[in-house]
Design a protein around this ligand. Structure first.
Ligand code: ADP
Length: 868
């Protein structure tokens, strides 16, 4: 076959047309070949040689290839680099092709699967401790539906939100692939457009019913139209990439928006919850607290941290389980040791249901379920079980029959490949044992033949050997070959090599056929058992997945308990009141980093209450302000995720929304200046924070001129205090803001302490009450290595400035007489009330153009009349 043969290129182009946005892996023998631009892309990403093959349209066809047996590794790298791959396999053998279309016939090929970032199941392509989420997003009458699934474990979630909440929802899910209806303007840039017709609620309902074989979805929960429409798009996409084979999909769960603490993308990034700003787990909250023994546990912990709860009972249930393990170090260490041995049954199940399971996956399910039962028995004996444990226990047991079956059927350590068989245990199938015995006895017979032939021919160097091409053969050194060549020797010549000659004999042929036949039958028998076992596991998918989840939940609670014991952390008290009382709080990441350098972290208190809910925090740069802000936000987050917290004691009043604006989160990639980003994020906080929210704000106004900055910071503090009325920590270097303590009754002043000692600045990282006494900017500059000449010059400039300030009353002179923010803000709102109301009650979609025009006139009249 040469590339010039048009039929092959025709076939190639036809397949490529089915997958225009994918790299096409075109199977040719033992290789997947890529051509044209695909070859250029892949050769670049994989750093493999780009060659060419024949020509097409008068030009050489660029080509590169990867060996089939090593394809997974190459796939992993391509997917990581953001590529999508279509796998075109040979779907008939060359013999079948010849039979069908004569000697020149081209082997038929088909795309059997698309490999995309969101649809992986292979162990080698997935990170064990990280979920891999595929999401679908669409809009139905102004509401968004989001469907998401981790197909490696089949967990599916549906939720509904308003368009401006989509970014926050996606920031929680961090999908590795997102699909949206084609032609949708509001779509995310990297999203993959899919046919609109698949994103309808009817389609979603139909597909979900079909997947789960039910006549109604009522048993799973109540789903809204946007949710179903998104589910439709999601399942249709999975159907497309799997070429009709669907992966494991568990019944969808509804995510109630209010049941989770809301955090927008900026907050998540700034708090470095599951990933640090540099990317990666190291330096993140997750990295600092994850003591899970299993990949599934680590994935569950990451999901918990990304979605802290707002329901007190649910949080307490998690905390009680962690406390149960915290209180009993021996039980904890036993269970953690047992956890280490538990395979990832959720993902093994995912592969099995997707039709990509191996004997090893079956073995993992067997071992995981058996281990779960042992955990169950160890825990069931306890009398003091907390409620969540009571709930989890039944899910750990109850697979007795399936485990027994798998235990009888499989060898102890089944292989990942099944083509060579050998994974079905002895004694499970007598017919299979007999077949194996036959090949065993034939093998022994062959060994006996070797001895016999040596005796008969007198050639001591005679050997019976085996290779993939000839099968069994007799080999003698060339100089002894003559005797065997004789017509009546009983040997038939097969091959002459450089130093050896190879023969066959009737006896050997018979024994070899027995081996081949028995081997073939044995393989077929194992294959049949494999299918049956796979079907049995797949049929138990829901209870098996529930066991996997229960194990993960236990692992998470054990991790919290272990981490708490390591760092002397405490169980937080969760209350409904809007307070926050943290004593001896610490920042888990900074503390760990300091500890590595042998330094001690200074613990600090944070005590917010309804009548003291806004703390203004001053003090020198590097004094520990933003660390303090962040540690309190992290403690709240950790507490509501159900974990122990790094503090001596903590009482956390439930937080509905958490906002963090700390540090320069440069969003330059999105083409916005730092100041613009800061203002956008501040605007979001002012618009959304409620009296139950917790906000940390660092250096608002820093990005602009002093006057602008102070004015903005001033107004933001007033608004947060009097309009949002949320709990807030506000770090600033504007001393002038201290004046606000006189007008804002629930605001108090604090600062991080520093001392100058023998001309050097000592940062104590200790929080104290009262305003910051002075700036230490110059001292910090000196600390940072700014040359003495420059620091001295700055000192002279500063003295002059301070003289000026003394004369004029300073930057904030006159601000004391400003009317209160609260008195101002109500006024302008009122004037347009009539107009607003009219607008709010108008169904815009129902208006004809003429009616719309009339409405504009009406609004104009209304606006004019309310102005007077
Ligand atoms: P600021 O926001 O006031 O400029 P940071 O919070 O960024 O200061 O802290 C600067 C550095 O000081 C941190 O990187 C950390 O090494 C150290 N630090 C902060 N808080 C503490 C603390 N409570 N105990 C010990 N070291 C601290």
């Amino acid at each position: 076959m040469s590339a010039k043969t048009t039929p092959m290129m025709e076939q190639y182009h036809a397949l490529k047309a089915e997958a225009p946005d994918c790299l096409l892996f075109y199977r040719m023998g033992d290789f997947f070949e890529l051509f044209f631009d695909d070859a250029r892309t892949a050769a670049g990403v994989l750093d493999i040689a780009l060659t060419s093959r024949g020509e097409h349209g008068g030009e050489a066809v660029p080509m590169c290839g990867v060996p089939v047996h090593a394809a997974e590794g190459y796939l992993a790298r391509l997917i990581k680099a953001g590529c999508r791959v279509a796998i075109a396999e040979q779907v008939e053998t060359p013999e079948e092709a010849k039979k069908r279309g004569g000697s020149k016939a081209l082997v038929r090929r088909d795309i059997v699967r698309f490999v995309t970032a969101g649809t992986l199941t292979e162990e080698t392509l997935l990170e064990p401790r990280r979920a891999n989420v595929l999401a679908a997003l669409c809009e139905v009458r102004g509401e968004l539906g989001i469907a998401s699934v981790d197909i490696s474990t089949g967990r599916m979630e549906l939720e509904q939100c308003l368009p401006d909440e989509a970014e926050a929802a996606l920031a929680r899910l961090v999908p590795s692939e997102l699909v949206v209806p084609e032609g949708w303007d509001a779509a995310h840039q990297a999203a993959i457009p899919r046919p609109r017709s698949t994103f309808t609620s009817e389609e979603g309902e139909r597909r979900l019913k079909a997947v789960h074989g039910v006549a109604t979805l009522d048993g799973f929960g109540s789903f809204t139209r946007p949710m179903l429409a998104a589910a439709g798009g999601l399942v249709a996409y999975l159907d497309h990439v799997g070429r009709g084979t669907l992966p494991l999909l568990l019944p969808p769960e509804v995510r109630e928006v209010g049941a989770l603490m809301a955090m927008d993308a900026a907050t998540r990034a700034s708090l470095e919850i599951v990933e640090s700003q540099g990317g990666g787990r190291a330096g993140s909250l997750l990295g600092a607290i994850d003591r899970c023994m299993t990949g599934a546990g680590a994935r569950q912990l990451a999901a918990d941290l990304a979605a802290p709860l707002t329901d007190r009972a649910a949080i307490e249930a998690r905390l009680a389980l962690a406390a149960f393990f915290h209180a009993d170090p021996i039980l904890r260490s036993d269970l953690r040791a047992a956890m280490r041995a538990i395979p990832d049954i959720g993902r093994a199940l995912g592969r099995i249901v997707a039709g990509r399971g191996s004997p090893r996956d079956l073995g993992q399910v067997r071992d995981g379920l058996a281990e779960a039962r042992r955990l169950h028995d160890a825990l069931a004996a306890r009398t003091d079980r907390p409620p969540l444990l009571m709930e989890l226990l039944p899910r750990l047991a109850g697979h007795g029959a399936l485990v027994d079956w798998l235990a009888r059927a499989l060898v102890a350590a089944p292989p990942t490949e099944r083509q060579n068989g050998g994974y079905i245990a002895e004694g499970y199938d007598h017919a299979l044992d007999a077949l194996r015995q036959t090949s065993g006895s034939a093998r022994r017979a062959i060994a006996a033949l070797e001895t016999r032939y040596r005796d008969e021919t007198g050639v001591a160097a005679l050997k019976i050997r085996h290779n993939g091409v000839l099968g069994y053969f007799i080999e003698v050194p060339a100089r002894h070959a003559d005797a065997l060549m004789a017509n009546d020797s009983g040997f038939t010549h097969r091959q002459t090599m450089a130093g050896a000659v190879r023969f066959n004999s009737l006896g050997l042929h018979e024994e070899a056929s027995r081996i081949a036949e028995a081997g073939g039958h044995a393989l077929a028998a194992e294959e049949a058992h494999f299918e049956e076992l796979t079907a049995a596991v797949a049929a138990a998918r829901e209870p098996v997945a529930a066991t996997a989840d229960a194990l993960a939940r236990l692992d998470v609670a054990l991790s919290h308990a272990e981490r708490a014991a390591e760092g002397d952390w405490c169980r937080p008290a969760i209350v409904e009141e809007s307070c926050l009382d943290i004593r001896g709080g610490r920042h888990p990441v900074v503390e760990a980093a300091l500890a590595r350098g042998g330094e001690r972290f200074v613990a600090n208190d944070c005590t917010l209450a309804p009548d003291d809910r806004l703390w203004l925090i001053g003090g020198p740069n590097m004094g520990g302000k933003s660390t303090f802000l962040r540690q309190n936000a992290l403690i709240v987050l950790l507490a509501q995720a159900g974990g122990f917290v790094p503090a001596r004691s903590a009482t956390v009043g439930l937080v509905d929304r958490l906002f963090s604006r700390v540090g320069a989160s440069d969003n330059l990639a999105r083409g916005r200046s730092t100041f613009m980003v800061e203002m956008v994020e501040t605007a979001a906080i002012l618009a959304q924070a409620t009296p139950r929210s917790f906000v940390i704000l660092d250096e608002v106004g820093r990005g602009t001129s002093t006057y602008d900055g102070l004015a903005l910071a001033w107004a933001v503090v007033e608004a947060v205090h009097s309009a949002n009325r949320c709990r807030c920590l506000f770090a600033t270097h504007y001393h002038e803001l201290a004046h606000l303590a006189g007008t804002c009754e629930a605001l108090s002043l604090h600062h991080v302490r520093a001392r100058e000692w023998k001309g050097d600045l000592v940062l104590l990282h200790e929080l104290s009450e009262g305003p910051a006494d002075k700036s230490y900017g110059l001292a910090v500059a000196r600390l940072a290595g700014v040359p003495p000449a420059v620091v001295n010059r700055a000192k002279a400039v500063l003295n002059r400035l301070e003289e000026g300030r003394a004369e004029t009353g300073g930057l904030a002179a006159g601000l004391g007489e400003l009317p209160l923010f609260a008195a101002l803000q109500a006024a302008p709102e009122k004037r347009s009330d009539a107009v607003r109301e009219r607008l709010a009650t108008t169904d815009v979609d129902a208006l004809s153009p003429r009616e719309a025009l009339e409405l504009v006139y009406e609004l104009k009249r209304a606006a004019a009349s309310t102005e007077h």
